[in-house]
Design a protein around this ligand. Structure first.
Ligand code: ZN
Length: 400
């Protein structure tokens, strides 16, 4: 079979690996798969009938968000949020669907969901088929009753062991979500909470989940909650505010992913005018700065930083939050290509999708986002995509 062979000229290629953008490249695509990537000079362009000309644009791999809540909206309206938090699965079905639409329109083609209170997402199989965003689901999260976590989970109940709760639930999840600390205080800088589970208790769950081919994502802020999670062998620490340098070094050693969700704090600050009684702006600002300092250290130590937004949290909108989080990584000293790498190759690896997603390289599908301009205009320009390509052709479902 001769197959479909064509060439795509791109002005700039950022391949997702973290290495610098390359100017004037040709993607050679056979049957939707990249066969090779070569530089081009003005004189040696491929025959026009075989070529797609994107020489005015930057091309990057599709974005992945490693932490979203599809059953929650990022609105700052507290009454609306409260109502949504109490809604049943039928009411939440169109909500999740709309969030997937928003993600797609921002070029976010895969997400890892961090859990919903009733495990609704696990029942939406038929709605998700036909959507163009791949979803990794956690179902109901696990938290210690009486502690923080009611909004996204239900067990274990008093006296029940974590691993037993997980085993008895038998949810058909892609990854397991555990809550192991409280929320960050928005009025008391750096306040820490106690772990909900010990590393022994968490470790039992991690071993069972890993044996079943599932990863474990742990919500943890503060030194002790993060330490217990990392020692237990969890795959990723979610948030990780105020975890401290020792934990970052431990995570670098063990290859634990960190999903810092820095934009959540910026969004709280932006919403503060609307809810002055609950948010101290100065505390929120200092907390954000502290998280960015931790990110700088993580970069020096070589921690695998995976980009997740916690979309659905107050003021954090599905889709557009990815660019906001990328900007914050760059404020902490990450180069554009590194910040993009966190949202592509690193996330593909965390989600177990790295054979197909995350990088533009020979042997991989020609899935990519097209944005007019130069790398200097990124990440801002990622909010105004020109096209989404799948298997080397524009996806007709994407309309600007
Ligand atoms: Zn979350």
């Amino acid at each position: 079979m001769n197959g479909d062979f064509h060439h795509i000229l791109v002005g700039w290629l950022i391949d997702g690996s973290g290495s610098p953008a390359r100017k004037n490249q040709v993607l050679h695509v056979r049957d939707g798969i990249i066969s090779s990537i070569t530089p081009f000079q003005a004189g040696d362009r491929p025959a026009p009938e075989l070529a797609t000309d994107l020489s005015h644009a930057v091309v990057v791999p599709p974005l992945i968000d490693a932490h979203v809540h599809l059953c929650m909206s990022g609105t700052i309206d507290r009454n609306f949020r409260k109502e949504q938090q109490e809604a049943d699965c039928d009411r939440l079905r169109p909500v999740a669907k709309e969030h997937l639409r928003q993600l797609f329109s921002h070029g976010v083609l895969a997400v890892r969901d961090g859990g919903d209170r009733l495990g609704c997402l696990l029942g939406y199989e038929s709605e998700l088929i036909g959507q163009r965003v791949l979803v990794r689901r956690a179902g109901r999260a696990y938290y210690r009753q009486g502690r923080y976590g009611r909004l996204i989970g239900g067990r274990p109940v008093a006296g029940e062991r974590l691993v037993v709760a997980y085993e008895q639930d038998g949810q058909p999840v892609d990854q397991v979500k555990v809550v192991n600390s409280g929320l960050n205080s928005l009025t008391d800088f750096g306040r820490q909470t106690q772990p909900q589970f010990s590393s022994t208790e968490l470790g039992e769950l991690v071993r069972l989940a890993h044996a079943q081919g599932r990863t474990v994502m742990v919500h943890a802020n503060g030194c002790l909650p993060v330490r217990e999670a990392v020692l237990a062998g969890c795959d990723s620490v979610e948030h990780g505010y105020f975890m401290g340098r020792e934990n970052l070094a431990l995570m670098a050693d063990r290859g634990t992913f960190w999903v810092p969700t820095a934009y959540t704090m910026k969004a709280y600050g932006e919403a503060a005018d609307r809810q002055p009684e609950r948010v101290d702006r100065t505390v929120v600002q200092r907390t954000l700065e502290h998280q960015l300092e931790q990110l700088t250290v993580a970069r020096q130590l070589g921690v695998r930083v995976a980009l997740g937004t916690d979309a659905g949290s107050t003021g954090v909108l599905h889709g557009e939050a990815v660019v906001e989080e990328m900007k914050l990584l760059m404020r902490a000293g990450y180069r554009l290509e590194e910040a993009l790498g966190s949202a592509t190759a690193v996330n593909a690896s965390l989600l177990g999708l790295d054979r197909q997603w995350g990088r533009l390289a020979p042997g991989r599908p020609a899935h990519f986002l097209v944005t007019r301009g130069t790398p200097a205009q990124l990440p801002r320009k990622l909010s105004y995509l020109e096209a989404i390509y799948r298997f080397g052709r524009p996806d007709p479902a994407y309309r600007r």
